[in-house]
Design a protein around this ligand. Sequence first.
Ligand SMILES: [Zn+2]
Ligand SMILES: [Zn+2]
Length: 456
Amino acid sequence: MDIPIRQFAPEGQSVKDDKIYTAVGVGEWGLEQGEVRSFPDPLANPVQVGVCRRCQALVEQPPQQTECPYCRATNTPDGYRIVDVNEPPGFCTWWKMDADFSGNFGFTSRALRSRMGSARDAPQQRCNFIVDSPTGNIYLVNDRDGQDFLFRKLDNHDVWLTDEAFQKALLDLPPDRRRNITPPQFDANEQPLRRAIASIFRTDVLIAGINSVPVGLSLNPAVPEARAAWYSFGFMLRRAATAHLDVATSELEVGIQPLQNLTIPFAPPTAQVFICDTLENGAGYSTYLADPQRFEALLRSLLSPGEAGRPSVFDLLTAHEHQTECLTACRCLREFLNMSYHPLLDWRLGLDMVRLALDANAEISFEYPYWRNLLNTVAQAYFRDLNMQPRQFGRLAAGIYQMQNQAVLLTHPLWDTDARTGNFCQHLAEAYAEAEQAGFTPKLHSIFRAVRFPYE
Ligand SMILES: [Zn+2]
Ligand SMILES: [Zn+2]
């Protein structure tokens, strides 16, 4: 169902035999006494879930409140919404409305993320990670980027379609053909149905979280930098897992989910990654990897040096050339299958999470070589391009806006920069105080943003 949920949802387009077909609606078709017929109510019995675009929550049986129970995001298309979802039994185009393929068709497949309802079996701790292997419900929800689909029933047919999709299909036709299309006649006696569509399946899941988070860090998935770290961690784990199990990347799906935890030093929630088998009921890979010793070995394999002539993942990532050229992520983390995550992925953050999962005292700062190298590569040019005067406060690189008396401190992406939580790490606290003593107003900016949006 994952492909139809993306591609055959209303307004989705497919090319076949030099024609573009635009999906317009849903229905259920089947054989009855040797004849094809359609069955009524393809959108019956929706499931209600809460979907949060900030912290990536999927809330099953959501309480009827307007904010995210994890991160308090409010009810906006970019925040938290309660939606009615269906798994449509079938999808359709509008008969005779196939446009000639001109070669430039917009690939409209939406960027969807796998999400998981909360599930728990028997969490086990080892090193500084916690692993669990429950059976969980995995959702891939297409809610039209937070807008929902408004389905209306066709008169005399058990087919439900959206007018937006029909209009889009119509626009792709040349004007002379448009005139010959009979528009849909809707059934005036049926109320329109506002729905998201989804694939929902139940499978074995590996869940991995960080046990103890050192003071000064934030792993809150509603913060873009931390979200990026969790996803980078997840895809790095998948890369190692598929190599270890010798299976295709498509056999394991990755996602993250928020988690309430009262022991964290930063504003809640924290998060965990999940890896699941993509086959319904699972092939058992996730359960196999959730064994704490195996999981530790998987983490260590990502940090270990290779043998002569056979460089390891760590060797390739930290090779001088890769460090200099790959400021965020290249093919080291980016794959066709995680395209919708490409802007977030970052190999340095992925490795930080691996190190943190193994050791609560891991050095998460610019003292660690691959961050030091990144800072040396980008900081000077970044400040110069924004007409800031480079300066150093404590151990941090800063740029001065003389006019505003402002000192922009470049921070590590996993550092908590929320002044309200009072959770500054030592390096940040020292630099912050030093900048203030020098008479500047400190402004915190993560190197994650500086690299991605250099003119922000
Ligand atoms: Zn949330
Ligand atoms: Zn790379």
